[in-house]
Design a protein around this ligand. Structure first.
Ligand SMILES: CCCCCCCC/C=C\CCCCCCCC(=O)N[C@@H](CO)[C@H](O)/C=C/CCCCCCCCCCCCC
Ligand code: CA
Ligand code: ZN
Length: 264
């Protein structure tokens, strides 16, 4: 049995050919396409710093876990090792769990918990601990299970889309849903139609997934901050801004706190 550190000890291999450019990096494009995680994580922490200070410092954990996920994903694609796979998937699991703990509006809590966030967080932590252990039993299905959680997040966001008249929020939800749909299509295509992509000499769909899914993170954070503000900070004005410039046709969304209060 190979060591968990050994190159190609994971049962999962992606469509991109291995060791094409270097003996050290198994999947070159899949490894370096994670660089957007390393940029967006710290940049979003900086841009949303005033909001996080006011709302909850636990949000920093989300941004740190997002950056760590990018690092582990790089390590996984560089080595295709079992350790790399598990670090990548467990980091995603805890990132999603932290997101659910902080952002899920109370109206989506299971009815037996009432509106009690402390009980809800205890439930999420318990489920995540059990899932972390279960993830070692059949590691090939982990990524599918994580994408199912992703589908549930999209479901919640779509429910909020139906409820809101806020044009800015609706626009953010529309753009992020399209980006997520393109991302998941790339992920599934890489898994299912690899021989076709190799035949046309374009086995890079998983790298495209990395870039697209990393863009859903800033969008997801801003959408959830806006939704959350209607429940948790009803008197605070939240402004959506875009980095590097509001006026540029494309940019990274983030939130800023308004000086005034909604009720003033
Ligand atoms: C109310 C809940 C709020 C939760 C908010 C969390 C938002 C997280 C957004 C993005 C995180 C993306 C993390 C992706 C890591 C990619 C690393 C990777 O590619 N790993 C693969 C192997 O290399 C592995 O096969 C991938 C597994 C699947 C990961 C599933 C991630 C689901 C992301 C869901 C994003 C929904 C955004 C919805 C916007 C409308
Ligand atoms: Ca490969
Ligand atoms: Zn990947």
């Amino acid at each position: 049995m190979p060591s968990i550190f050994a190159y190609q000890s994971s049962e999962v291999d992606w469509c991109e050919p291995n060791f094409q450019y270097s003996q050290l990096v198994a999947e070159f494009y899949n490894t370096f396409s994670n660089v957007t995680f390393l940029v967006f994580g710290p940049l979003m922490t900086f841009l949303m710093h005033p909001y996080i200070q006011k709302r909850s410092r636990y949000i920093y954990v989300l941004f740190i876990l997002f950056t760590i996920t990018g690092l582990f994903s790089m390590y996984f694609h560089m080595t295709l090792s079992f350790l790399g796979q598990m670090l990548d998937e467990i980091a995603i699991l805890w990132l999603l769990a932290s997101g659910y703990s902080i952002w899920l509006p109370c109206c989506y809590f299971p009815t037996f918990l009432g509106q009690n966030r402390s009980w809800y967080i205890s439930l999420i932590v318990t489920i995540t601990l059990v899932s972390t252990c279960l993830s070692f039993l059949k590691p090939t299905i982990n990524a599918y299970a994580l994408n199912t959680i992703g589908l549930h997040i999209v479901y919640i966001v779509v429910q909020e889309y139906k409820k809101t008249k806020n044009k800015e929020l609706r626009h953010l939800i529309e753009v992020s849903t399209v980006i997520w749909a393109l991302a998941i299509t790339s992920w599934i295509s890489d898994r299912l139609f690899c021989s076709f992509w190799q035949w046309i000499n374009f086995p890079y769909l998983h790298g495209i997934w990395h870039v697209l899914i990393s863009f859903t993170f800033p969008y997801g954070m801003v959408i959830l901050a806006l939704v959350d503000s209607t429940y948790e900070m009803p008197d605070q004005t939240i402004k959506v801004r875009y980095w590097p410039r509001d006026t540029w046709p494309v940019g990274l969304p983030y939130v800023e706190l308004g000086d005034d209060h909604k009720s003033c």
